[in-house]
Design a binder for this molecule. Structure first.
Ligand code: AMP
Ligand code: ZN
Length: 464
């Protein structure tokens, strides 16, 4: 397994801290609104990473934070005149509904910032003790000039850094390389906690340092997020964590490139966004949205268009129809076809190798379509019998362990009486009793079941 590590700027062989286990932290949502599909690009890719490791036999422990206190949530809840808790509860709920819709597997832990204030205070105390933090009137700040590796992740230039220039807001850009707030002292009208370091609330960056180390240990394997998190968020996480522990914080950093619209990053502030719910309302299927989000390599920007979503819908339908046909064809009895095993094994090993190569989904996806194409070719020449079906389904199921785009429920059940009629028709055809065969076909048609004769056997479809 190898992938690109932002820290080293190279593709590296993955060596977990503990053989066969992966411990990873993924920056989660700030629950101030519905997440947009740009956010979901990151979460879907993180799901692919998670599923790939599981597919390769690793035990995965994933932690994703819920940021339920920050500048934005406080501002929004105040505007509505409701408590921070009431406000964030609604969007936390919506977030979980959305990830279920997109079939993003649940992480092991979803710690909430407001439930980990003690851990953050402890961390800040350590930073104060060690001289990495200092107290000012409005906040406790991190002194970035004290941390000698500051800038190592984002490769920012800290040469011209002005010592003691401070920034209170959580989000800022590379032109503002400054000391940042760890703890913001109580302000009129804002929620606050009474703690040993004073009344106030945490900054955003300290949340992730405190919660990741609590659940994953002081050093863990992988930390992920969108590229916009590299600076300042992840740079600050490293400074906070390594400043406090003196140990390496994270071994591998993975960053997902943006989903863009008309050349610009999709974001709330630009107003150029679709939520998942917007797309479902228009009529797009969750599987198609998931497929679109997963099928561009994570180190390339994903240009979102409705045409791309339509194409994704078609691709998902191709997989769906393949699956449906396998389930509804009455395959003929014949010897196992060794070609089936060959095609399945070859496609799956291509799939696995692609994922092991920096999560190369483009190749992984094309190995699925190649598999479908080859098996269809065999079916069309009558090369598939009843004995081969399970092998094909098992192969498809393996692809689906990572992609998860097959329908959860498939409406292929027909009444036994009709199934028996299909069998009877087969027998009649064999005996060249075409009159009876046609009679049965017409009868089933009246019942809404359409029969189609294929070289591998008869297949039914329901018409409504
Ligand atoms: P936020 O709620 O803004 O902190 O974002 C949550 C996650 O979504 C972070 O990992 C971001 O980096 C990521 N993200 C935000 N916008 C985009 C986008 N347009 N494309 C991909 N990822 C994004
Ligand atoms: Zn974070």
């Amino acid at each position: 397994m190898r992938f690109y590590n932002t820290f080293s700027g190279k593709v590296e062989e993955f060596k977990p801290l503990k053989e066969g286990e992966v411990r990873m932290y993924t920056c989660g949502p700030t629950v101030y609104d519905y997440a947009h599909i740009g956010n979901f690009r990151s979460y879907v890719f993180e799901d692919i990473v998670r599923r790939t490791f599981k597919y390769l036999g690793y035990k995965v422990t994933q932690v994703m934070n819920i940021t339920d206190v920050d500048d934005k949530t406080i501002k929004k809840s105040a505007e509505l005149g409701i408590s921070l808790k009431e406000y964030t509860e609604k969007y936390t709920q919506a977030f979980f509904e959305d990830i279920d819709t997109l079939r993003i597997e649940r992480a092991e832990v979803y710690p909430k910032a407001t439930e980990h204030i003690n851990e953050m205070v402890e961390l800040i105390k350590k930073l104060l003790d060690k001289g990495y933090a200092y107290v000012k009137e409005d906040a406790i700040y991190y002194d970035i000039s004290k941390f000698k590796n500051y800038g190592a992740l984002s490769k920012i230039d800290v040469k011209n850094l002005k010592k003691g220039v401070r920034i209170q807001v959580d989000e800022y850009d590379k032109d503002n390389v400054q000391d940042f707030a760890l703890w913001k002292f109580k302000r009129e009208g804002e929620p606050f906690w009474k703690t040993e370091i004073g009344e106030g609330r945490p900054g955003w960056h300290i949340e992730c340092s405190a919660m990741s180390m609590k659940y994953l240990g002081e050093t863990f394997d992988i930390h992920m997020g969108g590229v916009d998190n590299i600076f300042p968020h992840h740079e600050n996480e490293i400074a906070q964590s390594e400043g406090a522990t003196g140990k390496k914080f994270v071994n591998y950093w993975i960053h997902i490139h943006h989903l863009i619209v008309n050349g610009e990053k999709m974001s709330k502030s630009k107003g150029n966004f679709y939520t998942l719910r917007d797309l479902l309302r228009i009529g797009y299927k969750p599987e198609a949205i998931r497929f679109l989000l997963l099928s561009t390599h994570y180190r390339k920007t994903l240009n979102f268009t409705m045409d791309a979503l339509k194409q994704a819908t078609k691709n998902v339908e191709r997989v769906y129809n393949f699956y449906y046909d396998l389930k509804t064809t009455v395959f003929k009895e014949k010897e196992e076809n060794i070609e089936v095993k060959k095609i399945t094994d070859e496609s799956l090993s291509k799939f696995k190798e692609a994922l092991e190569d920096d999560f190369n989904v483009s190749v992984a996806v094309s190995s699925l379509f190649e598999f479908i194409k080859q098996i269809n070719k065999l079916q069309n020449s009558g090369g598939i019998g009843r004995a081969d079906v399970n092998k094909i389904l098992e192969g498809l199921n393996n692809f689906n362990k990572v992609f998860d785009i097959l329908p959860k429920k498939l409406d292929t059940d027909i009444e036994e009486e009709y199934y028996n009629l299909i069998k009877e028709r087969e027998k009649a055809r064999k005996e060249k009793n075409y009159k009876r065969a046609d009679e049965i076909r017409d009868l089933l048609k009246e019942k809404g079941i359409i029969l189609e004769d294929t070289p591998s056997g008869v297949r039914w479809k329901k018409s409504y």
